[in-house]
Each structure stands twice: as C-alpha cells, then as structure tokens.
Ligand binder design. Structure first.
Ligand code: SF4
Ligand code: SF4
Ligand code: SF4
Length: 507
C-alpha cells in the first residue's frame, strides 16, 4: 500500500453520487481535471476519490442526470476555538511537502467587510428621487488628471474649455476589468474581456503578461500594464493601449513578487511575455529601478515620453498601512491615476500566509487616501481607482461615495464566466477553463459567450447603479464621488467611522 500523505487523509470535500440516477456516462471523469472521478475497471463503473476534490463543482454542474453533490466533509475534528481545522490542515500539508502554502483567488479570511456595515441614503419628500427609466442618468466618467481651474472661452455662442485637458480615459460605466495576466488566465478570457470592454465603452487591463498580437485592435479599450518582470513590454506595447499602468503592488500579495509556473508558459504565452517556453516567469518583489518616489517619477516620465504624452499613466499599489502617504507621493510623481488594491483582491497564486495576513481592507484604505489627497489639495491631480473585493453594484456605489472615480472588477468577472472560487488557480488545471492554458480545458471558455456574460454583468450593475443613484436623488456618478453624506455606518466603532468619514446611522 503506497504511503498516502496525511493531508490527503482529511479531505475538505466529499463527493456524493446517487447511484440510482447515475448512468455511467463518464462525463464527470472527463470534466474533472484533478482526476477525482475515474473509471473503475474492476467494478465496471465510475468511481471517485474525494481526497482529490477541490470543490470546484464542475462535475456536478455538468452531470446530465444531476446525481452528483459536492459537500463539505462533515467529518469534524474535536472542537477547538484556537486550533481551527484550517490551521491543523495547513500543518499537515507543510509537514507533507516542506513547502510554503499556496492559494488562488482573494482572501476568504473572516475579517470585517465594511461594505456590509455601510447603508446608502434615499431621497424622500425633499430633493425627490429620480426615475432612471424616465430621466437622464449619467454613468460616464473620465479618468485622468483634471486642471485646478476650469476656464472657458466663448466662440459664436459655444463654450469651450480653455487650454488643453490632460489625457483621459472615457468610461461609459464606472467599471473596468481588472488586471489578470495572459498566462495566469488564457487567451479566450483575454479576448472575451477585450470584446466586452469594447462593446460597453469601458476598458480591460492586460495585467503583467503582455498583449497578444491579435488583441492590439482592441487597444482603445485596453490598459497595458508594466510590472517588475517587464514581461512583454516594448515600445509598440506601451503605445497600444488607452493608458499604461505601472504595477507596484497587488492587494492579494503586498510586498512580494509573482510567479507563473513553467507549465503555464506555452508557445503563445512565451512569445507574448518574451520569456523562454516552459520556464518559470518570476516577477521580482520590487521594480529594480524603483527605490524612491524620485525613481518612480523617472519611470512615469519615461513612459509618458515613450507614449508622447497621449495617454494617462496609472500606478497601482496594494492597500497597506501607509497607503495615503504613498498615494500622495505617487500623485506628486506625476501619475494621472492611482489604483489601490485591497486585501480581498484575487490572484492566480499567492502564499496563503501573505494573502490572509498582509494588507488592509480596501474601504479604509480608499477613504484614507481620498482624505489625504483632498487635505493636500491634489485630489484633482489624479483619479482614484479601487479594486479588490467588489461583489455587487452596491459595493461599487459605496466605493464611489467613499471617493473612488471608478472600480476594477476581477473576481466578479471570473465568477460571471463560471469560476466557483475553488482557489486552485495555481495548479493550472482550472476545470472551468479560466486559469489554465491546457488546450482541452481552455476550450471550455468560448470568447463570444464569455464576452456576452461579461457585458451582461456590467449592464446589469449599470442599471442597479442608476437605480441607487436615482433613489438618492442624484443624476450622475460625478455627483456621488466622495459624497460620504450619502452613507451611514451601522455597527462600527468611532475610530472606524472617523477613518471612513461617515456618520453612524441615526445621525
Ligand atoms: S456524469 Fe453523472 S451520470 Fe455520468 S457517470 Fe458521472 S455521476 Fe454518473
Ligand atoms: S474537483 Fe471539481 S470536478 Fe473534480 S470532483 Fe471535485 S467538484 Fe467535481
Ligand atoms: S479561476 Fe478556476 S481554479 Fe481559479 S478559483 Fe476560479 S474556478 Fe477555481
């Protein structure tokens, strides 16, 4: 009997098959990329090994007779409020492997979600609400530096802004698809985001993996990212997008770099990233040319020179303790957009301890950064974008009321195309065909179908945002930005309310 690692003896999930309905069609065998289902030659029927199950639910969703159920393993350890099963299983895994624990997706840790403690206002008798079905409701927003004073000149009865506006990104919804690199997710998803963004009049972000040559045509709806690994970065790439984003940090893994395993570097990824086929693509933790705000300024202006000052330059950081001071430095270094990524932000792979223990909630970081930039009188010098934990349109509305100009959605976009947050993206075997470059798996995502689902999601959220704006008596997203009087806290202490800059409900 071969040695079975102790971690596999305590499975997270159990597979339950209703044998009276199973027709032995082997669909589950083909659908499970972790080989939890298999054909048992001895018994001449399908069988399973629950220890291999990641809880992705792909088999249950595809079973033609709906006879599969995936449950949390009901077998429990002795109750212990301190040594929870997660800690015990982590130790089993590490003593089996000797390696660091890895996780995909955003942190599931049981920590406060401030969105859930914020309630929106609604108009009643005075300042009546607005019906978005009958009256205009503006969701369009522009990202980029705004002038200190808006001066106008009149020519033959028409007014024009005096002077040149800095470069802007125009968004028809205050939503963008977050950075997810080519390689960590596959080409079909990148194409779907590019198509959906173009159809909607918003943008998607390449992430740090470069831009596939066949997607250059979607450049007007693309933000191209420059990260510490400089994968796929060249002059044409920088000039292909509507903006360039310098990624300094990521909410899911602040302070550490990235690692795309060699198994995910196929020919297309290798060509696009400009890395050898099958070799690991390692992004260093720091940019080796950025050790100060002055260094960052040099890179921002090098990119502005390379793009002839046509597009805004954005800088993305993780939400950490001193985010307001860092954001202030970034704006003073010439960035047109600052992106703050919260600790709930998704990732293809992060050390579990980092993902669940480093960084701060995006709600607090956003409010603190917006305050700091306002206090310093430089809020208009850059737009503020947040990412990392937008689960629904109400989260978006609350983020904008706290001071964001727009938000990135990453995990929600993946969920829209089937992701079940199983957290095993780092295996490269995503059964939903998302975080995988295996040919048989990635074809599970049809770019046209995925693009339609993504566009549907953004439109649905757009309708809901309009409803919420109208309910508050506002007719444009601009009127909501930083309008914290439209928020009230419930169940928050005074320190939290002070940081968020909102009153408690009842006041
Ligand atoms: S997919 Fe469903 S019906 Fe087919 S073999 Fe698996 S469990 Fe049985
Ligand atoms: S890993 Fe996914 S597809 Fe495989 S058995 Fe578990 S739920 Fe089913
Ligand atoms: S992308 Fe795939 S592997 Fe990653 S969490 Fe979602 S379903 Fe799981």
């Amino acid at each position: 009997m071969p040695f079975k690692p102790i971690s596999q003896k305590f499975t997270d999930f159990v597979i339950v098959r209703d044998d009276s309905r199973c027709i032995n069609c082997e669909v589950c065998v083909r659908q499970c990329s972790y080989e939890a289902h298999y054909w048992d030659d001895t018994r001449q029927r399908v069988s399973f090994d629950s220890s291999k199950c990641t809880g992705c639910h792909r088999c249950a969703a595809q079973c033609p007779t709906s006879c599969l159920t995936i449950r949390r393993n009901p077998s429990e350890f002795r109750e212990n409020a301190f040594w929870t099963p997660a800690f015990i299983k982590h130790i089993y895994k590490q003593s089996d492997t000797g390696g660091i624990l890895l996780s995909g997706s955003g942190s599931p840790a049981d920590k406060p979600v401030y969105w859930d403690n914020l309630q929106l206002d609604a108009s009643q008798v005075t300042n009546p609400s607005i019906d978005p079905l009958r009256e205009p409701m503006e969701l369009r927003t522009y990202l980029g530096a705004k002038p200190d004073i808006a001066a106008f000149e009149e020519t033959a009865g028409t007014f024009r802004l005096k002077g040149e506006m800095p470069p802007q990104i125009r968004l028809e919804y205050p939503l963008m698809f977050a950075a997810m690199s080519f390689g960590s997710i596959n080409f079909n998803l990148h194409k779907a985001m590019a198509q959906a963004a173009t159809e909607l009049g918003i943008v998607y972000n390449t992430g740090e993996g470069g831009l596939h040559p066949s997607l250059y045509g979607y450049g007007a709806n693309t933000i191209v990212q420059v990260a510490s690994g400089r994968f796929g970065v060249h002059k044409d790439y920088l000039n292909a997008g509507a903006a360039v984003e310098i990624k300094v940090g990521q909410g899911a893994k602040p302070g550490i770099g990235g690692h795309l395993p060699g198994e995910k570097i196929d020919e297309e990824v290798s060509r696009t990233r400009m890395v050898p086929l099958g070799s690991d693509a390692i992004s260093p933790a720091p940019h080796h040319d950025i050790y100060s705000i002055e260094d960052l300024l040099q890179l921002i202006y090098a990119i502005k020179e390379a793009t002839r000052y046509r597009v805004p330059v954005s800088v993305k950081i993780a939400a950490v303790h001193n985010a307001p001071a860092i954001a202030s430095g970034i704006v003073r270094a010439g960035a047109d957009i600052v992106v703050i990524d919260g600790f709930r932000g998704g990732t293809g792979a992060a050390p579990t301890m980092i993902r669940d223990n480093v960084g701060i909630p995006i709600e607090l970081a956003l409010a603190a950064v917006d305050n700091r930039l306002r206090d310093e009188g430089i809020r208009n010098h850059a737009s503020l974008v947040v990412s990392g934990g937008m689960r629904c349109s109400a989260d978006v509305v609350k983020a904008i009321a706290l001071g964001a100009d727009a938000v990135y959605i990453g995990t929600a976009a993946l969920v829209a195309v089937g992701c079940t947050l199983c957290g095993r993206c780092y295996t490269g075997k995503c059964p939903w065909g998302i975080a995988t470059n295996e040919a048989r798996l990635k074809k599970r995502q049809n770019p046209d179908v995925a693009a339609r689902r993504l566009a549907n999601l953004i439109r649905a959220w757009g309708h809901e945002i309009q409803e919420m704006l109208g309910g508050m008596g506002l007719n444009s997203i601009e009127s909501l930005r930083g309008n914290r009087d439209k928020l009230r806290g419930i169940g928050l202490n005074q320190v939290e309310l002070d940081i968020l800059g909102v009153k408690h409900a009842g006041r």
